[in-house]
Design a protein around this ligand. Structure first.
Ligand code: HEM
Length: 411
């Protein structure tokens, strides 16, 4: 490695702050430095072990004996006693259900949820996505924010429809979701913790109320009431609420983030935009995949070691909190040629871990890919060209989630 590169790498890794605006704006220089210099790196600020090479991340995701998912939904910023009391009053709890479940109840819950997102169900949702996007596009002209007009609520409406949840008050629902993401993956101060804990608590109570009146239908709530865990045990209220809570957030916030990142990227690539506008076959799908490889919305995911284990050349003690740097895996030169160039249709397009891997592999990967492709096809078809108005948009920069909050363009 050239000397100047080594210096850059040392300074970026040494001063690493996972919440710093520079890191959020472009995490790739640091991810690259981590991969090259310290692939299993202890971060003193958070106490997390950062794992950045594709092979190590994949190995950790596959080794479910040594790497448990129990800490997947733990608040990274410790919550104050007061914030915890706000949550307790709402009977808030996150027992093991899906992403945070290493126990024998995981497989059954995964089957239950998976039936809503089969390939056939995803294909059946295409007309709804097209209709929603066409409706949004009728309002797009002149200066506008594509994140607000297109990305904000389309994934939520599709998810709620697929799960049979029905109508919600969308601004309230989205506020609950945003607060929940910040509570567990953000860096909120004391006052902010109280506000967002109240939102998370209100969301929990709403879900509990919906479950309490669930009927015999095919919707998610009814299916959870009917569900039996191993030992023919019905789910507790807390477990059923926790499945809904995780799924209603994970199943649409992530896709909203993907859409915002993708639209921003596309707006900054006029030649590719034009080719998509002209309908070049396959290009839209390739573009989506390349965004997932290079700028996935879920940038990290956590595991905790159940015993001492060696990862790469590093010994991790039992109980080590591990942060898998998913966003860097698709840019690892060991698995992808010229990882820094944005090249839709490249040979190793799917060699990334944006949706995880193994037992907990994302159940919504097909849905997210479909929604992104439909949105990109419709937007580029309708708008022959757009001009990106903001080079440095405000960013969502949480421990595990990254996306532009605005995509301002002149259409
Ligand atoms: C671009 C959008 C999305 C991304 C990047 C994403 C990413 C992820 C990641 C990284 C995991 C953890 C995997 C692991 O631990 O190995 C995960 C799990 C999960 N995702 Fe997604 N996701 C997205 C969209 C969705 C959607 C649309 C749904 C539902 C419709 C969904 C449902 C789930 C569920 C249920 C799990 C837990 C699976 C389990 O523990 O068995 N996700 N997702």
């Amino acid at each position: 490695m050239p000397v100047t590169e080594g210096l850059r790498a040392a300074t970026t890794v040494a001063g690493l702050d996972l919440f710093a605006p520079e890191f959020v704006a472009d995490p790739h220089p640091v991810l690259r430095a981590l991969r090259e210099d310290s692939p299993v790196h202890h971060d003193a600020r958070t106490g997390l072990w950062l794992v950045s090479r594709y092979a190590d991340v994949r190995a950790a995701l596959l080794d479910t004996e040594s790497f448990h998912p129990d800490n997947a939904l733990t608040a990274i910023t410790p919550l104050s006693g007061e914030a915890k009391r706000v949550l307790a009053r709402a009977r808030f709890g996150l027992p093991p259900t899906l992403a945070n479940n290493g126990t024998d109840s995981h497989a059954g819950l995964r089957r239950l949820v998976g039936q809503y997102f089969t390939q056939a169900r995803v294909e059946a949702a295409v007309p709804l996505v097209r209709e929603l996007v066409a409706d949004r596009l009728r309002q797009v002209s002149g200066r506008c924010d594509l994140a607000l007009h297109i990305a904000y609520d389309v994934p939520a409406l599709v998810l709620l429809h697929m799960l049979g949840v029905g109508q919600v008050d969308m601004p309230v629902f989205k506020a609950w979701c945003h607060s929940s993401l910040e509570l567990f993956w953000g860096n909120p101060d004391h006052d902010r913790q109280l506000r967002i804990a109240a939102d998370a608590g209100a969301f929990h109570q709403w879900l509990g109320d919906r479950l309490a009146v669930a009927g015999e239908g095919e919707d998610l709530f009814s299916a959870l009431v009917r569900h039996r865990a191993p030992g023919d045990r019905p789910l507790t209220r807390k477990e059923a609420v926790a499945v809904c809570y995780f799924l209603l957030i994970a199943g649409q916030e992530t896709t909203t983030q993907l859409l915002a990142t993708m639209l921003r990227r596309a707006a900054g690539e006029p030649q590719l935009w034009r080719r998509m506008h002209e309908g070049e076959p396959g290009l839209v799908e390739h573009f989506v995949e390349e965004v997932l490889r290079r700028e996935p919305p879920v940038v990290t995911w956590r595991r905790i070691t159940s015993k001492p284990v060696t990862l790469g050349a590093t010994e991790l003690p039992a109980g080590a909190h591990v942060l898998l740097m998913l966003a860097g895996t698709g840019s690892d030169p060991e698995v992808v040629d010229e990882p820094e160039s944005f090249c839709p249709g490249r040979a190793q397009a799917r060699r990334h871990l944006a949706f995880g891997y193994g037992r907990h592999f994302c159940l919504g990967a097909g849905l997210a890919r479909m929604e992104a492709a439909e949105v990109l096809r419709a937007v580029t078809a309708r708008l022959p060209e757009v001009e990106l108005l903001d080079e440095e948009p405000p960013m969502l920069g949480l421990l595990s989630f990254r996306a532009p909050l605005e995509v301002r363009v002149r259409a």
